[in-house]
Design a protein around this ligand. Sequence first.
Ligand SMILES: C[S@@+](CC[C@H](N)C(=O)[O-])C[C@H]1O[C@@H](n2cnc3c(N)ncnc32)[C@H](O)[C@@H]1O
Length: 229
Amino acid sequence: MTSAGMSTAAASIKEGIIATGIDPTSWAYAEDYTGEDEVVTGARASAEDSGISSIGPGAASALSMLAAAAGAKAVVEIGTGTGVSGLALLRGMRSDGTLTTVDLDAENQRLARKTFLDAGIPSNRFRLIAGSALDVVTRLTDGHYDLVFCDADKREYTAYLHEALRLLRPGGVVAFDNALLRGRVADPSHRDPDTTAVRDLIRAIRDNDDLTSALLPTSNGLLAAVKRA
Ligand SMILES: C[S@@+](CC[C@H](N)C(=O)[O-])C[C@H]1O[C@@H](n2cnc3c(N)ncnc32)[C@H](O)[C@@H]1O
């Protein structure tokens, strides 16, 4: 729920920021389909207080589902925030799996740690690394990971893709949030650096014959791809 007591999807309708062609009622129904518990709504509230955005409810459900479908045991996240997406990943992956999550901001990571612990996730199932994404992920092991989720600096998205393809095992999944940027990506009149960077990423994924991908119009757009075995 938002501070005004509305669901995130309902607030998005009110603000007129739905980027999909689906009718608003069905979109809200799909966004709220799984529902969210108090730990997640608390993490969203902390993010709002800290001035950062969290992945939307529909994209969070999709991430849990992708982690489960991949039977993920080792997951990398770029952009921890207050832990909304990280918790979705932890809940979808194997119960003995580990999330490695990277963020520039140590205070965000403190809040994410609280989110994970409040949700009952044992501390040995997550590794919070404070630092710049490209400094950290370049040190992680090749081919060791089942899923990489990216939600940090959009201008680095194509570099994250490059690193993700190195980190993933064959059959592993890479996913990016903000693939629609509230209608900006699909509207050619928008040429700001973030929008251009997301379009570059979309092209790089679509044109890569080693990837099978889908641009899911859920929340703010979730671009997901499987690295062919
Ligand atoms: C949109 S928030 C992530 C939200 C989170 N995925 C969630 O759903 O809860 C983006 C985060 O990326 C971090 N960030 C931005 N640029 C970064 C970079 N170059 N390296 C690492 N983290 C970065 C910010 O500090 C912020 O916490």
